[in-house]
Ligand binder design. Structure first.
Ligand code: CP3
Length: 355
């Protein structure tokens, strides 16, 4: 498949090429809202699934077979690469991820290791190879991903999810040198991991900075995050596949987020899509931005919100329809199918009118 003029609508939209319908995939599209996912997970722990290529491949394909999304995302998580650096990670049922040995002192950063991805994440790379071998002939791109350095550092320092990010922010303010060293190590490990994913067969890559906007204002973002993200995007651009720059809660400084890099900027639902695109610039593609809670609304209400996202995208080349953040586990599979069918139908009609 030629990189300049790819056929799949998702890859075309990443490059702002004309499409016959707006591509759609959903963050966390393989997950607990699907009965087939719950059935697989009932028999296997989260880390076991991630480490077993056959299981990860099976789960990755579940939403593709059921809904016909325009892209798959490899089933994995942003946190397992931290295990290779020396963190003791577990997924606690009903609680979420926990790191049992979080960073407590600046010296802890010095002892973190930076192994290459083929040593620390062989199962995920193998799963990518298996899924891309299956999906490439069918013209369905596979997205690889990693966590952005700030979001990973927040888990490494807080030891889990956080409400106020006081530990990571205190660390930044008290230990700026150790922060620099930590962010540089994370950039090195994530860049290597993403490039290995592209090599294994991923057709696009997404970097999740899920918590940065909930923690930091614009000044702190520019000083303590932007330089590292900029380096990460520059390194990953060498992989030759489109890169999606996703964050949440960054509406106050989305221009600064976009400036770090990436072919596509992923936005949450808090900003109207047209305003975000104007601020980011139309020479970049945009991904988003239906509120995931809208999928819990009755169809007429959901439809209005989908219409609004499509209207704000205005049929411009470079829109990838997605949620503003991950799908909720209580979402009905019927609503998801209706959403996929409706986005495809409406955007195809809009395209037909434009010609
Ligand atoms: O999108 C996909 O379908 C691919 C799979 C994927 C998962 N995690 C699987 C998962 C992706 C892309 C992620 C990324 C991820 N993981 C992020 C960034 C994306 C985001 O939502 O902002 C973050 C912050 C994490 C960390 C993480 N992993 C949390 C906070 C949790 C617990 C919260 C929850 O939803 O239970 C996880 C566990 C996790 N990762 C689950 C899945 C499907 C749930 C596991 C289960 O109980 O079956």
């Amino acid at each position: 498949m030629s990189e300049k003029e790819p056929k799949p609508v998702f890859l075309r939209a990443c490059r702002r090429l004309r499409v016959d319908h707006t591509p759609i995939w959903l963050m966390r599209q393989a997950g607990r809202y699907m009965p087939e996912y719950r059935a697989t997970r009932a028999e296997h722990e989260m880390l076991e699934v991630i480490r077993t290529p056959e299981l990860a491949a099976e789960i990755t394909l579940q939403p593709i077979e059921r809904f016909g999304f325009d892209a798959a995302i490899i089933f994995a998580d942003i946190l397992p690469p931290l295990i290779g650096m020396g963190f003791d990670l577990e997924f606690v049922k009903g609680v979420g991820p926990r790191i049992k040995n979080p960073i407590g002192h600046p010296q802890d950063v010095g002892s973190l290791t930076t192994p290459p991805a083929d040593v620390s994440m062989p199962g995920t790379l193998r799963a990518i190879k298996m899924v891309s071998d299956e999906l490439n002939p069918r013209g369905i791109p596979l997205i690889g991903f990693c966590g952005a350095p700030f979001t990973l550092a927040s888990y490494a320092i807080e030891g889990g999810g956080s409400r106020d990010y006081t530990k990571v922010k205190s660390f930044i303010y008290h230990e700026p040198d150790a922060w620099t060293m930590l962010m540089n190590k994370l950039v090195q490990v994530q860049a290597d991991y993403l490039l290995a994913q592209a090599e294994a067969g991923a057709s696009a890559l997404q970097i999740f900075d899920s918590w940065v906007g909930l923690a930091l204002g614009a000044q702190d973002y520019k000083r303590y995050v932007q330089p590292y993200n900029t380096t990460l995007f520059a390194k990953v651009a060498r992989g030759g596949v489109p890169v999606i720059n996703f964050s949440t809660g960054t509406g106050a400084y989305i221009e600064e987020v976009a400036r770090c890099g990436g072919d596509v900027v992923g936005i949450d639902w808090r900003l109207p899509l047209d305003e975000a695109w104007h601020r980011i610039g139309h020479e970049r593609s945009i991904q988003g931005n239906l509120d995931p809670a809208a999928l819990l609304a009755p169809w007429p209400e959901l439809k209005l919100r989908v219409d609004d996202v499509l209207a704000r995208a205005g049929g411009n080349p470079g829109h990838i329809f997605n949620l503003g953040h991950g799908i909720f586990p209580q979402t009905s599979v019927d609503q998801v199918q209706r959403l996929v069918d409706y986005v495809r139908e409406m955007s195809a009609r809009r395209g037909a009118r434009a010609q």
